[in-house]
Design a protein around this ligand. Structure first.
Ligand code: PMP
Length: 439
């Protein structure tokens, strides 16, 4: 039952001499029992270099919403690579993809392409500052908007001064402390804190940025309170600020039209990555024409050598076309499979004495071990009573049983996951919980 990770271990030993921690993204270092090396992916499955195979709920941390190696996406990418790799000029596919995004996402009147969610967020914030002539950004503790200096604040919490004023904490060493003066960080789902911030910094806030569903932070996947996103919209309108939705997680996952469609609240600007492109490296930001046009009508700079890289554009176009086909039949299947998984995991909660918690959004489920009785509504409450050691043991126990989830307990679901995959997963989860109970 217990997997061998001998070859991964040897590769990691070699890698650590030349790659810090053996990983190219810091969060990959948290893997149990250590970062693994992978050889192959197909549909809902991946294989590591030791030959262990897994039902994969990591899915590239979200992008592979159609599963690994969707043939039409791969064909489109390969054809483009052969016919012309890169021009640092325009292609027709770029227009088609922008048109498709504008058709699907109601607040997207214009689109620009870039390469990562971090970049897309960065561009949204620059545009908001350019459009308002203000510098401060209101963000929420525990939300993740990429690792760039200017926005990676309030990541690990909001500290409170004795006088009640809050100040944000940086995510990382090496961030200039001067950036803090441009960040106002408050807890999510706290309307009063938002209204207070607008009162305190009257005429200074350029934008409010939010994950429409809080996917990040401590074992999250937390829904906004009824009316909270609308309240943000109203506060932005009343105070001349722009509303930015970071739809890197929600975009093309919870609905083809993203959070704007799902919650019926329009943002001025939105950042997209992950499920936009189905595993080719592409991100985008989109929004109101009047704001987006500033990129050409004013000196608001957005550049990038690899922006709209043609193989990525055609791959994303094929991917999004497939996802949107038949009124989003594939996305409906993903939501159905997610509900199946959620229901099965909730059944297991009733059968175990462990403090297992299950939360879900369309297309993604979260499992956490948390004994605290309080409701999870924001970063602070999500962190209360979390059992980190049980969480790590769960990650390893699932992996040893052939199920690959993120160490944070976020499970992404794809159209490639079959009912059998879900049934096998739930058997593995039952067995894993039993093994954890008898530790
Ligand atoms: N915003 C959100 C909500 C995210 O979840 C992420 C990545 N997990 C990012 C931004 C950053 O995206 P990327 O890793 O592509 O830079």
């Amino acid at each position: 039952m217990i997997n061998s990770y001998t070859l991964s271990k040897a590769l990691l030993g070699r890698a650590r001499a030349v790659i810090p921690g053996g990983v190219s993204s810091g969060n990959r270092a948290n893997w149990t029992p250590f970062p693994l090396y992978y050889a192959r992916g197909d549909g809902s499955r991946v294989w590591d270099v030791d030959g262990n195979d897994y039902i994969d709920y990591v899915l590239g941390r979200g992008p592979l919403i159609l599963g690994h190696g969707e043939p039409e996406v791969i064909d489109a990418v390969c054809r483009q690579l052969r016919s012309g790799q890169f021009f640092a000029g325009q292609t027709e596919a770029e227009i088609e993809l922008a048109e498709l995004i504008c058709t699907l996402v109601s607040n997207a009147e214009m689109v620009r392409f870039c390469n990562s969610g971090s970049e897309a967020v960065h561009a949204c914030i620059r545009l908001a500052r350019s459009a308002t002539g203000r510098e401060k950004v209101l963000r929420f503790a525990g939300h993740y908007h990429g690792w760039y200096d200017g926005i990676a604040w309030g990541f690990s919490g909001v500290d409170v001064h004795p006088d009640g004023a809050s100040f944000p904490l940086p995510m990382s060493l090496g961030q200039p402390s001067s950036d803090a003066s441009n960040i106002v960080a408050v807890e999510w789902n706290d309307s009063e804190a938002v209204a207070n911030a607008f009162r305190t910094y009257r005429g200074e806030i350029a934008a409010v940025i939010t994950e429409p569903i809080m996917f990040n932070g401590f074992w999250s996947n937390i829904q906004p309170f009824e009316g909270f996103l609308r309240f943000l919209r109203e506060q932005c309108d009343a105070n001349g600020a722009l509303l930015v939705f970071d739809e890197v997680q929600t975009g093309f996952r919870i609905s083809l039209g993203g959070a704007v469609e799902h919650f019926g609240v329009a943002a001025d600007l939105s950042a997209f990555a992950k499920a936009l492109s189905g595993g080719v490296c592409l991100a985008a930001f989109a929004g109101r024409k009047e704001v987006m046009k500033r990129l050409i009508e004013t000196n608001t700079v957005h550049t990038g050598t690899y922006n709209a890289y043609p193989p990525a554009v055609v791959g994303a176009l094929r991917h999004l076309t497939l996802l949107a086909a038949s009124s989003g039949a594939k996305l409906q299947r993903i939501h159905h499979q997610t509900a199946l998984l959620e229901r099965g995991l909730r059944d297991l909660v009733r059968q175990t004495e462990l403090p297992l918690l299950v939360r879900a959004s369309p297309g993604a489920v979260t499992t956490a071990f948390r004994a605290a009785p309080t409701q999870v509504i924001n970063h602070r409450s999500a962190a209360e009573g979390l059992d980190f050691s049980l969480q790590r043991a769960w990650h390893l126990a699932m992996q040893d049983r052939g199920v690959r989830i993120t160490p944070e307990g976020l499970w992404y679901v794809s159209a490639a996951h079959s009912a059998t995959d879900i049934a096998v997963t739930l058997d593995a989860a039952r067995d894993a919980l039993q093994s954890l109970s008898s530790r």
